[in-house]
Design a protein around this ligand. Structure first.
Ligand code: 5GP
Ligand code: MN
Length: 357
């Protein structure tokens, strides 16, 4: 794997055509924003670009310019196979792990195209041909601003700027996480100026457009918040029953875990979501409390302050117990008295389950 600078990444993009862009499963604002911003820029430079993802675009990002052009990978779709086969360069955005590409992992790894990683997660895998990555970057969109800066920033128009701004805004919790530096604000300001866009309509499109079901789900999840380790670790959980009672779907839990982190004294927040085959855990933290190692120890990963893991085969009870009991190994909290016994864990989980909101 060769380490690329922003200028190297730009030169690679310039040297290849057609280009395929992809990102992680359950794509977020930075994943989709990065794809759309880069795709518009490359098309303005005359490139043929396909955006192909394993998962559907979430509804709340459908307002982004070009969103209708994001394709979902379907095994056997001829045009998609052709795009994969013809691409000279595949660009993997906003994830550095094959596993997070879903069904596209194999075609991209085994295909003939060169693969360029542009990403800001920790501990990149080493199978990429080229990597422009920095785990201190606030968003993949920030790295793309640097790539475009090294190329032709005059091509930044509203269609490039709106998705990249969305990536920066969503991955920084609206510019409030510790990843936000003066340079992030400078980059963002340049993007707003060059693209002639205003922040307010984008914030409004994203945050003032929530479904009632998602707010009902939030209400139920807030009622289920529990604290451990002297109030430093906060967590809540969502079961299929809770989802149903709120009339919500799993995408309605978007942004929910940050409310747990907003509790005074909580430095690490977890959301456990029970599904058919296992339990998904979202980890968030503040400042020097890093949760990526904690998530990685359960087969996941991510950023220092925002990570996730899917615990296949774990019931909610087991996930709650194993993950929470492991906290002292990864963050600065004191071992608690005796951990929950099996009986207590089952009782607690049953009580939380019964209290569907
Ligand atoms: P979320 O909790 O929003 O699903 O994920 C937060 C972050 O954790 C994501 O941006 C991603 O970096 C990482 N992440 C989430 N789930 C997984 C996973 O299953 N595996 C890995 N490696 N990272 C994950
Ligand atoms: Mn990101």
């Amino acid at each position: 794997m060769s380490i690329a600078s922003a200028a190297d990444a730009h030169a690679l993009l310039d040297a290849h055509d057609p280009i395929l862009l992809t990102t992680h499963t359950s794509p977020d604002g930075d994943a989709i924003g990065s794809e759309l911003g880069l795709a518009h820029y490359l098309r303005a430079r005359g490139k043929s670009v396909t955006i192909l993802n394993d998962d559907d675009l979430p509804d709340h990002l459908a307002f982004l310019p070009g969103a209708e052009g994001v394709e979902v990978f379907a095994e056997g779709a001829f045009e998609q196979k052709k795009a994969l086969a013809e691409a000279e360069l595949a660009v993997v955005l906003d994830t550095n792990a094959a596993e997070r590409l879903g069904a596209l992992a194999e075609p991209i790894r085994q295909g003939g195209s060169e693969v360029l990683l542009i990403d800001h997660h920790t501990e990149p895998e080493d199978w990429f041909d080229h990597a422009f990555q920095r785990d201190t970057a606030a968003a993949t969109a920030e790295l793309l601003c640097e790539v475009i800066e090294a190329g032709d920033p005059a091509l930044i128009d509203p269609e490039v700027a709106t998705p990249l701004y969305t990536g920066l805004m969503t991955d920084t919790g609206s510019f409030r996480y510790s990843s936000v530096t003066p340079q992030v604000h400078r980059t963002t300001a340049t993007l707003l100026e060059r693209g002639s866009i205003a922040p307010a309509p984008i914030h409004s499109a994203l945050y003032d457009n929530r479904s009632l079901a998602s707010l009902r789900l939030l209400g139920r999840a807030l009622g289920r918040i529990r604290l451990r380790y002297d109030g430093f670790v906060g967590y809540t959980s969502i079961t299929p029953e809770v989802l149903e009672a709120a009339g919500a779907g799993s995408e309605d839990k978007h942004g929910l875990v940050s409310h747990v982190l907003s509790v005074a004294g909580v430095g690490a927040a977890l959301l456990f979501t029970e599904t058919q085959g296992g339990t998904k855990v979202s980890f968030r933290s503040e400042g020097d409390t890093h949760v990526d190692g904690w998530a990685r120890s359960f087969g996941g990963g991510g950023h220092r302050n925002a990570s996730g893991a899917y615990l296949e085969g774990y019931s909610l009870e087991r996930a709650l117990r194993d993950v929470l009991d492991a906290a002292p190994q990864f963050i600065d909290v004191e071992e608690e008295g005796p951990a929950l016994s099996d009986g207590e864990a089952t009782e607690l989980a049953a009580a939380m389950k019964a209290q569907s909101g």
